[in-house]
Design a binder for this molecule. Structure first.
Ligand code: ATP
Length: 485
């Protein structure tokens, strides 16, 4: 494969007059499909000219829908999309200065490489000489100069994707939208193409908006990363920001590996977790407040157990990961309590069974506000010593029911560890499935999505898998009720 070079620094063919610092502004955009489901929920995002922005998130989080709204293939249910300061929310795709490269290359099988790239230009009525010049320049950009006469089905996946990119950039768009363009390539080819895309972005000087579920790809390529979950933006930041300063547990868990634990901020710069106090650098959380603590596995020092250790434990497993070793360490703790387990990465292997010490520097302890302290629902007192919430009637103690009148609107709180999950769905008052699992050091924090689409959060030491069907039960004594003010 020849090395690509970049004579082709396309400026947009018909760029409207710039009126904004941002080439793209997405303002409070929601997208609801016919089934009532929101694929995007109040998404706002501004992208500067020439930026490489990656939209990152798990399958189904709304990445493609957001990209398609920007491209014009889908129309937002509410909110506005501006290109160069102009509202294009209702503008059809071909009238927007953007081009899209899809995961499936969608090349025309009956046309050769040159004809595939020239197709759009011919439709636009460019003369032969101009088409020839533009196609050759685009081919050079993607490193396929000698491939113009080849049938597309004789090309490798990587080469086909280059043709698809050439076909998009030949139109000299102001914005190139790329929807998982490398997903179909093998790992080595993907890494090579990532570097080439980065170079192309530099050379072309246009804005790239890239969609991927691969966090490593997002961190490698982007000026800024937009982390999405369930149709909402969780964090926007540079790759180092989202890695080093995750704003919530979802981001900490999704970007890289993390040890995530519940701790207590004793006071400024002192946090308590795993039974010990640790110096940290965070301030302003208040005193004795519950917080989330995040420690990256590479920020934990591991060594033969000695009295300098902040934490001690025994290595449970040790796996070589190519450059470093990944080890699970079971921490020493009070007898009878579920021990904490920490993930540690180090260039040196500590074999299972070794007694080790762990150390973490204050600046490597990341503190985050706890998103919620317990489950909170709105409900109503109903007949027969019951309260209705989440679409079901739940038993409550008679003494509690007597404090309210039937029809009273109430707020219900339930601690995370007071929700019981059952294998047999008919053992629960409600049914649902395990939607998201977050390991919190010595227990799992589960998001259970009920069949009506509501979420219940559960702390458990039981082993559940994503997608497991469950019956949901709550003991009457564990349902706390207060009158809605
Ligand atoms: P993936 O990485 O799997 O492609 P994604 O993050 O790009 O996922 P989207 O394709 O944007 O996710 O889909 C977001 C949600 O909207 C999903 O639940 C999906 O099933 C739903 N969805 C997408 N398109 C439609 C449609 N045309 N009709 C109904 N629901 C849709």
């Amino acid at each position: 494969m020849q090395k690509p070079n970049y004579p082709y620094t396309g400026k947009a063919a018909s760029a409207p007059q710039a009126q904004s610092d941002y080439i793209i502004e997405v303002k409070h955009v929601s997208k609801q499909f016919e089934d009532g489901k929101f694929a995007l929920n109040d998404v706002s995002l501004s992208i500067k000219k020439g930026e490489f922005v990656t939209i990152l998130g798990p399958s189904g989080c709304g990445k493609t829908t957001l990209l398609r709204c920007i491209a014009g293939f889908q129309v937002a249910t509410s909110g506005d999309i501006l290109l160069n300061g102009e509202d294009v929310t209702q503008t059809p795709p071909h009238k927007r200065p953007v081009n899209t490269v899809f995961q499936k290359y969608a090349l025309f099988p009956h046309l050769n490489v040159f004809e595939n790239i020239a197709f759009g230009l011919k439709l636009k009525g460019f003369d032969k000489a101009t088409i020839n010049r533009k196609v050759k320049a685009a081919l050079k950009t993607v490193g396929l100069t000698d491939y113009e006469d080849r049938d597309t089905d004789s090309l490798s996946g990587g080469q086909q994707q280059r043709v698809a990119i050439a076909r998009a950039i030949v139109n000299q768009p102001e914005v190139l939208l790329l929807d998982e363009p490398l997903a179909a390539l093998d790992l080595k080819m993907r890494h090579d193409m990532q570097m080439e895309l980065k170079d192309m972005h530099k050379q072309l000087g246009i804005t790239f908006i890239y969609v991927t579920h691969d966090q490593e790809e997002a961190l490698t390529l982007s000026d800024r990363v937009v982390v999405m979950s369930e149709g909402r933006i969780q964090q926007i930041g540079t790759p180092t920001d989202v890695y080093n300063e995750p704003q919530n547990c979802f981001v900490a868990d999704f970007i890289g590996e993390s040890n995530i634990l519940t701790g207590t901020m004793v006071h400024d710069r002192l946090v308590h977790f795993c039974g010990h106090d640790f110096e940290c650098i965070d301030e302003g959380f208040g005193e004795n407040q519950l917080v989330e603590v995040v420690i990256r596995p590479e920020d934990l020092y591991i060594f033969e157990k000695n009295d300098k250790a902040q934490l001690t434990g025994v290595v449970d497993s040790c796996i070589f990961k190519g450059v470093h070793y990944e080890m699970w360490v079971k921490l020493d703790g009070p007898e009878g309590e579920t021990p904490y387990e920490f993930l540690v990465q180090d260039y040196h292997a500590f074999e299972p069974g070794r007694e080790v010490g762990l150390l973490v520097k204050p600046e490597d302890i990341q503190i985050m506000k706890k998103e919620r302290l317990c489950n909170t629902f709105e409900g109503e007192i109903v007949k027969g010593n019951k309260v209705e919430f989440l679409g079901a009637d739940w038993d409550i103690p008679e003494a509690v029911a007597q404090q309210f009148a039937v029809g009273d609107e109430v707020i219900i709180t339930v601690d995370f560890d007071k929700v019981d999950l059952h294998d047999y769905e008919d053992e629960g008052t409600l049914t649902g499935e395990v939607y998201f699992i977050l390991f919190k050091g010595n227990h799992n924090h589960l998001t259970i999505r009920t069949d009506d689409g509501d979420d219940i959060f559960v702390n458990t030491t039981d082993a559940w898998d994503d997608g497991d069907r469950v019956g949901i039960a709550i003991h009457p004594e564990d349902i706390h009720i207060s009158k809605k003010s």
